[in-house]
Write a protein that binds this ligand. Structure first.
Ligand code: ZN
Length: 64
């Protein structure tokens, strides 16, 4: 709990990388693409932080 997984797709080369970092509030940060070393700006909105409640305790796969 408390940790959000974000899938970041590089806008330059299309490389996808998964980041797991604690995100508790909307913020933006930079990520270096592992494919082309481009700088990607990642923006986390409050909507992204909306808890995914299934009601049954079963975790749902992250929406890409
Ligand atoms: Zn890239």
């Amino acid at each position: 709990m408390g940790q959000m997984r974000a899938i970041v797709t590089c806008e330059y080369c299309g490389h996808r990388q998964e980041m797991a970092r604690p995100i508790r509030k909307p913020e933006s940060f930079h990520v270096v693409c592992h494919g082309c070393e481009g700088i990607l700006l990642v923006e986390v909105t409050s909507a992204d932080l909306r808890p995914a409640r299934s009601g049954s305790g079963v975790s749902q796969p992250a929406t890409v």
